[in-house]
Design a protein around this ligand. Structure first.
Ligand SMILES: Cc1cc2nc3c(=O)[nH]c(=O)nc-3n(C[C@H](O)[C@H](O)[C@H](O)COP(=O)(O)OP(=O)(O)OC[C@H]3O[C@@H](n4cnc5c(N)ncnc54)[C@H](O)[C@@H]3O)c2cc1C
Length: 535
């Protein structure tokens, strides 16, 4: 699920595979018939962000606080932003802080689970190699031993944390091809358009504004003030493709997939500026190849490194339900779900590392603009049966199905050096791309396990026709407000700017939704910047 690659030619290896696959396809009617009677029982488990506790924010039916704790600095939210803020405080020798997290794990969208075979991501699962100019990120990766050392100013990454080969494949026209850019059976027009698209994005990657800064850069705060491309934020990605006179299905499908993967919404809904950001903001200048960093637990690995800085300063299962300013201190009311009691915290500085839709419940008069749109997501971690045929097949790290509703699946044991793996584990990704994300969320949250299972099976059956019989269990992880989804007129909006403003230099806001782009780098920098603003 990485984009911005260059297209390659179709290889002979895939051609051989396609012939073999055609033979298998001929047998499918027989296989499907025999499957009918032996549809296996799949053990289904459904978890996700803590909706039940979260929904109590609406009701506010919490017991009255029975205890008051004074703490100079309080961080609310233990996602990447909150954890990065904790790290920055420690770097600045400020250790008199506490972090409150609603879930029983840290990491937020970058948290992870474990099953009997492996760890697996709940959400975020990789970090592209950072831009060379991003010194803070390079420094964090170095201290976390992800970068082993530097040679002539270039970072050298630990090989075991770089994504191993084979990396990405696309199931298209009944064939698995290497890489995600459609190549197999493309028309000449499609190939020309794909090349032209990458020529444009390569140029955008390099281009700088009047102030010498890139038009597209990550983190987004570093971009040029030059307005040249900002109008692209007023149209959708699809309209931009049409304006550029692109017509081929293959290109539209590819870009649609990338936008859904990066923002949860497809080209019909995402801002063209945001869509192009993904192809142009990463400079791929820290290495000669465009690899990514990944781990079985996904970006849970990065969250774990950051969490070391908040050791013994973290309270999990703690839901903050009200923040108010008093003469001498900021008062934060928090429900301790484990002990079923409420606590009042009194602090000089409070940093809300929570998404804006949550903040509107924490403050009496804080409305969140409807411009903050969040796509619902689920991930589903599939354990294959020991005896299943699929268990013996060679998975790529990232496996995507052309034109499918979902976003494909990751092979969780890809980075394992162990050759014998009894139960293979796959994590499937799905976002609800829709004009009305609120309605989509409502429908999604009502969905039962069986309904979600049907989505997964019918999607994966395109590439793996017998999959239903190969699965031992599925663990579904629901995220009602998965990630910020930048629709037109949001990224440069006044509403977004206002939401990031602090209150009386006492209450501060930091979260990836305030950058408008939900990725590790943005959350990481949001955390650092907010502390630099305070201290
Ligand atoms: C399915 C999915 C896949 C993704 N894949 C990638 C990827 O591969 N690479 C990548 O870079 N990014 C990915 N992302 C983006 C990811 O969102 C960011 O990388 C990053 O994790 C966001 O961190 P954050 O701290 O800004 O937000 P969050 O993760 O939203 O953190 C907010 C935290 O606040 C807590 N909280 C909320 N309300 C309260 C309250 N009232 N009291 C106490 N605590 C509260 C939450 O539980 C959460 O822990 C993905 C996102 C999703 C949803």
């Amino acid at each position: 699920m990485k984009n911005g690659e260059n297209s390659n030619q179709f290889s002979r290896r895939n051609f051989v595979k396609s012939v073999v696959f055609a033979g298998i396809m001929a047998q499918i009617p027989v296989m499907l018939h025999s499957c009918k009677n032996i549809i296996a029982d799949i053990f289904l488990k459904i978890t996700g962000t803590n909706h039940i506790l979260g929904h109590r924010l609406w009701l506010k039916n919490f017991p009255k606080p029975t205890e008051t704790i004074e703490i100079p600095i309080l961080i609310i939210g233990g996602g990447i932003t909150g954890l990065s803020a904790a790290r920055q405080l420690v770097k600045k020798n400020k250790t008199d802080f506490l972090l409150l997290e609603l879930e029983n794990t840290l990491g937020g969208n970058s948290s992870f689970g474990t099953n009997k075979a492996t760890s697996f991501p709940h959400g975020a699962h990789y970090l592209p190699l950072p831009n060379l100019q991003d010194k803070e990120l390079l420094s964090f990766l170095h201290e976390s031993k992800i970068i082993t050392h530097f040679e002539k100013g270039m970072p050298i990454f630990d090989e075991t944390q770089l994504c191993f080969k084979p990396q990405e494949r696309l199931f298209i026209k009944n064939n698995w091809q290497e890489e995600l850019i459609p190549k197999y059976g493309n028309s000449e027009v499609a190939n020309e358009e794909i090349n032209r698209f990458f020529e444009i994005t390569s140029q955008l990657k390099e281009e700088k504004g009047f102030d010498g800064l890139y038009h597209f850069d990550i983190p987004i705060k570093k971009i040029s003030k030059d307005q040249k491309y900002r109008d692209l934020d007023t149209i959708t990605m699809k309209n931009w493709l049409i304006e550029q006179k692109f017509t081929s299905e293959e290109l539209f499908e590819y870009v649609n997939y990338c936008c859904k993967d990066d923002f949860g919404i497809g080209i019909d809904f995402v801002s063209a500026w945001a869509g192009l950001f993904y192809f142009a903001a990463r400079k791929h200048d820290a290495s000669s190849n465009e690899n990514v960093l990944t781990w079985p637990e996904g970006n849970g690995r990065l969250a774990t490194h950051l969490a070391k800085f908040a050791n013994n300063k973290t309270k999990k299962n703690h839901l903050v339900y009200e923040v108010k300013q008093n003469k001498n201190a900021v008062e934060v009311l928090c429900f301790d779900a484990k002990n079923n009691k409420s606590v009042m915290y009194k602090s000089d500085k409070v940093i809300c590392c929570t998404p804006q839709y949550i903040n509107s419940y924490l403050f009496k008069d804080r409305k969140t603009s409807a411009k903050f749109q969040y796509a619902p997501w689920f991930t589903a971690t599939i354990s294959l049966k020991k005896e299943s045929d699929l268990n013996n097949s060679e998975f790529y790290w990232d496996n995507v199905i052309y034109k499918s509703k979902g976003l494909g699946y990751i092979y969780n044991q890809h980075q394992t050096v162990n050759q014998i793996i009894e139960n293979k584990s796959l994590t499937y990704y799905y976002s609800f791309s829709n004009a009305d994300l609120k309605a989509a969320r409502k429908g999604f949250l009502k969905m039962k396990e069986e309904e979600i299972k049907k989505i997964i099976i019918s999607d994966l059956s395109i590439a793996h026709p017998n999959i239903e019989n190969e699965i031992e269990s599925i663990e579904i992880y629901k995220m009602g407000h998965g990630m910020i989804s930048p629709t037109p007129n949001f990224i440069f909006s006044e509403e977004k700017e206002m939401a990031a403003k602090n209150i009386d230099n006492k209450i501060f806001f930091a979260h990836s939704d305030l950058s408008g782009i939900s990725v590790f780098e943005e959350a990481f920098h949001q955390g650092i910047d907010i502390i630099n603003q305070i201290l």
